[in-house]
Design a protein around this ligand. Sequence first.
Ligand code: C5P
Length: 312
Amino acid sequence: MTSALESPDAVTARAPAKVNLELFVGPLREDGFHSLSTVYQAVGIHDEVTAARADEWGCTVSGRDAERVPTNDSNLAIQAARALAERTGGQDPVHLSIHKEIPVAGGMAGGSADAAAALLACNALWETDLSREDLDAIAADIGSDVPFLLHGGTAVGSGRGELVTAVLAKGRYHWVFVPCTGSGLSTPTVYEAFDARTAGSEITDPVPSAALMSALRTGDPLELAPVLDNDLQPDAVGLQPQIGEIIEAAMGFGALAAIVSGSGPTVAILAGSTEGAIDVAVALTASGVAGDILRATGPVHGAHVLPTARLL
Ligand code: C5P
């Protein structure tokens, strides 16, 4: 009885999506990644992962875009669970049930969120005594965005995005997201387009902009809007021109700013208030420019374990 209470058979964790308020791309490194300076913000769209003790490793996916998520070993949540099991000297298998709200392959780190949630869920289920640093190191091996999704809030990402430092940010920001997943842009393809476009020009290691840092300290979306920036935007728009049309339409409908989120194709639209966000979302839908629209505020907390419901 006591041990059943201490060791649940299943643990659920949830992790948020992210938007990049700023994404500066530096030189291509020897390991095939680009050095980055980015400012992430976690936003209130979440995936949930339940890790349950099982006879064999497995994974099922439900919710938004579920059919587009692999359930084999290429699934980032499975990779995270297996990496944690290996790091802690072998663990019994788990079945991961992933419930998605974050658009798949959208530049909002949906797969990385699943990895972050799986790490926390399995870590709690297996009752490992890993430190936060150990978890961050496993997270970084899974993907550049995973450590930030454990962290949450608003933070600078450096290195290839995996080195996370909190920034002083005030305020609550209202976002509208248009997934724009039509043809699907893969992250490597967008980075390759960036390399081709910038070939021959000298690229130095980027640093966060003082303008963005001071805008975040005001907490005022009117200050933040003009300093949002993404070096990959021309490449994402070049590969998928519909993104440019959505950005233009959003600005015409009163958005404070509209940028590509990460490597795209999701367009992140900043509004001044809840009403402003609803207005832009309704106008985009009514005009037929965008069908699928999500709204969220940020910043929100990083990945966290949910209280375990117990059957009496
Ligand atoms: O780490 P993540 O899974 O997000 O990276 C996916 C791909 O995006 C990498 O294999 C690489 O092609 C590209 N990338 C990059 N530089 C980064 C992050 C990602 O070139 N800093």
